[in-house]
Write a protein that binds this ligand. Sequence first.
Ligand code: DLL
Length: 437
Amino acid sequence: MIESADRSMIQHQQLLDLKNTIKKVYHQVPFYQEKFLEHHIAPHDIQTLEDIRKLPFTTKKDLRDQYPFGLFAVKQDELIRLHASSGTSGKPTVVGYTKQDIADWSSIVARAIETAGGRPGDILQNAYGYGLFTGGLGLHYGGEELGVVVIPISGGNTERQINLIEDLKPTIICSTPSYALNIGEKMRELGLDPRKSSLKIGIFGAEPWSEEMRSKLEELFDIRACDIYGLSEVVGPGVAIECYEAQNGLHIAEDHFFVEVINPETLEPVPEGEEGELVFTSLKKEALPIIRYRSGDIASITTEKCICGRTSARMSRIKGRIDDMLILRGVNVFPSEIEHHLIQIKEIVPHYQIYLHRISSLDEAHLHVEIKEEIYKEVSQNLEHPMIKTLQAEIYRKLKSNCLVSMKIIIHPPKHIPRSEGKAIRIVDQRLQKQNS
Ligand code: DLL
């Protein structure tokens, strides 16, 4: 019912839940109380959804400073699970769940799988990593809640993934898009046709990917590929998902999360449809309610009704994280934009990495790509071949004219770029290493 509810009803419920959450954090989390007092805000100041803007933001740094349990709103005996995100620098962030939180998250993910086309009776191969990462257990509990048969294989062990696809005939695969690509490629190497597998639906997320990558994966496996989004600080996977019918924007679980889009510099809200940083407030969470969390993720939001009939606000595909935006000679570009153009080049495979170097105090980006096996044979394994030089120039020109960036293009033989088994590493920043050495 909530998925097709009138927007005014959704907002009415959001306001009630928001007020409760604010009251709760004010009384139960000293960190929030102090911050609210600093901003001269008390729970009764929140009377409309717009009033949320009076509240201060929460950042990843706040979570790190309060490591491990400083932002928790319940006593330890009410917790039943912890997860953590590894974080590239400093301490990880730890997130916690009560029994009710796990039940809510499971139903959020169950709904997400159903939105992507999953139904009881489906077999779901869950190739997201199990463990502290929320992907594995998040999809696992959601799948069970929906009543699909979950294969808890976790990430990695690609040949085993393939054996299970062949033997158990799953209809749904869940993984990062980069890992799905890796699995499909490996199937072909083993002489199997991924298009003839039992798979019908891919639920891919946890990393930025492009529309071109979707086409590639849908073509590779003959499946429908839906984008799933989430972040551990907010709950994990399931915060938003594309529907099977439209694949046009990710439906946000607005009964659980209130989303704002802000300009990351001015911190002011941006108009509907414009890109900005997503900011989330949880509406029902018990263990770790989160207020105006700056996700660092760039996307836009629309509240137009979707053709699938759902009325929830939809977010666009994530363009990237603010931290991952490359600034090259004054031009801003996200790896996903580069990927979009790169995948259209038929001589190379869709694996790539961007190395950042500092040369004579200027930042340079080197784009490492890999040519297809058949092209490598065609040039007699000679990367100095004029055909390769032409290809290099073509990639350079394509990125220059579409993304306005100049990148040195380095073409490698097949299987050179590391294959991902989880979140792909797209950017390798060697600038600091150079400076320090
Ligand atoms: O990646 C949760 C997840 C698991 C989502 C499985 C989807 C599927 P974290 O490890 O905390 O949680 O990383 C969260 O990953 O802030 C985004 O930058 C990125 N991210 C997640 N989903 C997407 C997506 C999980 N669909 C961070 N598109 C987020 C682009 C995504 N980026």
